[in-house]
Design a protein around this ligand. Structure first.
Ligand SMILES: Nc1ncnc2c1ncn2[C@@H]1O[C@H](COP(=O)(O)OP(=O)(O)OP(=O)(O)O)[C@@H](O)[C@H]1O
Ligand SMILES: [Mg+2]
Length: 254
C-alpha cells in the first residue's frame, strides 16, 4: 500500500529559477494494484518515483509505503521496495548472475535460498543464455531485464518502476509486462511510469496523468473516458494536456 500526500519537489535551478518538478500530488496505490504515472517528457514522473524510493527528499508533503513514512523511516521504506530507476544503475563489470547475487546479499539473502531465487528469476525472465555474460556486453533489452530481475530478487511487496519497458522491443516488453502482472497477482503494490499509451492502457488498473508536476486526473480507463468524453487514451491524454489540435491531425485518433 502506498499513500502519497501533497508530495512536492522544487528544484532551485540557477538558470531556470524554481522548477516545480512535482507539485503537491496525492494518490493511493492498493496492494494488488498496478498504478500508472503517465506524462510527457519533463512532467515529473522520475522525480516523483525517486521521492517515493527515498533517493531524494521532498520539499513538502510525504508518502507512506507499506506503513513506513519516507521522511521518518527511509531505511524501512527501502526494505519494502524494489526500485527500477530509469538509468538502470548496473555495474558494468558484473555478470547478470553476479549482479543478482550482489543485490540479494545486500538484502540479507544467502546460500541455497539465494541461489534458488536467482535461478527462478533467470528462467522466468528468459535470461539463462546471458546469465554469465558481463553487463557491459549485453544489449539494452538484456540490461533492462537484469535491472528488473534485480528489483525483484528480494521479493519486496512494493515495486516502483520508472519506464520498465523503455528501450525494449515488443517481445521483450511482453516478457516484462507479464512479469509485472504476475507480481500484481501475488498482491504487490506496483507504481510505474510510462509515456507509452498502450502500456498504460494494457497494464494499469488506474492511471494518473501528470503534467508540469501536477496530476490532471486519476482513475480507471472507464473513469478517464467518462470524465473527458474521449475513447482512446491518446485522445484523453492530449485533451488533458490542452493539445487537442494535435489529436485531430492524428489519422487514427478517435
Ligand atoms: N536534479 C535536478 N535539478 C534541477 N531540475 C531537475 C532535476 N531533476 C529533474 N529536474 C527537472 O524537473 C522536471 C521533471 O523532470 P523528470 O525527470 O521528473 O521528468 P519525467 O516526467 O521523468 O520526464 P521523462 O519522460 O523525460 O523521463 C524537469 O523540468 C527537469 O528538468
Ligand atoms: Mg523520467
Amino acid at each position: 500500500m502506498i499513500q502519497v500526500a501533497n508530495l512536492t519537489k522544487t528544484f532551485k535551478d540557477p538558470k531556470r529559477g524554481a522548477v516545480h518538478a512535482v507539485d503537491h500530488i496525492s494518490f493511493q496505490v492498493r496492494n494488488g494494484e498496478i498504478f500508472g504515472l503517465l506524462g510527457p517528457n519533463g512532467a515529473g514522473k522520475t522525480t516523483a518515483l525517486r521521492l517515493l524510493a527515498t533517493v531524494m527528499r521532498p520539499s513538502e508533503g510525504t508518502a507512506v509505503l507499506g506503513g513506513y513514512d519516507i521522511l521518518r523511516e527511509p531505511e524501512a521504506v527501502r526494505r519494502q521496495i524494489g526500485f527500477l530507476s530509469g538509468d538502470m544503475g548496473l555495474y558494468l563489470r558484473l555478470t547478470a548472475r553476479e549482479t543478482l547475487t550482489f543485490f540479494g546479499r545486500l538484502h540479507g539473502l544467502n546460500g541455497a535460498p539465494l541461489k534458488a531465487r536467482i535461478g527462478e528469476l533467470l528462467a522466468r525472465l528468459d535470461m539463462e543464455k546471458f546469465a554469465d555474460t558481463q553487463v557491459d556486453k549485453l544489449s539494452t533489452g538484456m540490461r533492462q531485464r537484469v535491472a528488473i530481475a534485480r528489483t525483484l530478487v528480494a521479493d519486496p511487496p512494493i515495486l516502483i518502476l520508472d519506464e520498465p519497458a523503455s528501450g525494449l522491443d515488443v517481445p521483450a516488453a511482453r516478457v516484462i509486462e507479464e512479469f509485472i502482472i504476475e507480481a500484481q497477482k501475488t498482491g504487490k503494490a506496483i507504481i510505474l511510469s510510462t509515456h507509452v499509451m498502450e502500456e498504460a492502457e494494457y497494464l494499469c488498473d488506474r492511471i494518473a496523468v501528470i503534467h508540469q508536476g501536477q496530476i490532471k486526473i486519476v482513475g480507471t480507463m472507464a473513469e478517464l473516458r467518462a470524465a473527458t468524453g474521449k475513447e482512446r487514451l491518446r485522445a484523453i491524454f492530449l485533451s488533458l494536456l490542452g493539445l487537442e489540435a494535435l489529436e485531430r491531425k492524428a489519422p487514427h485518433a478517435s
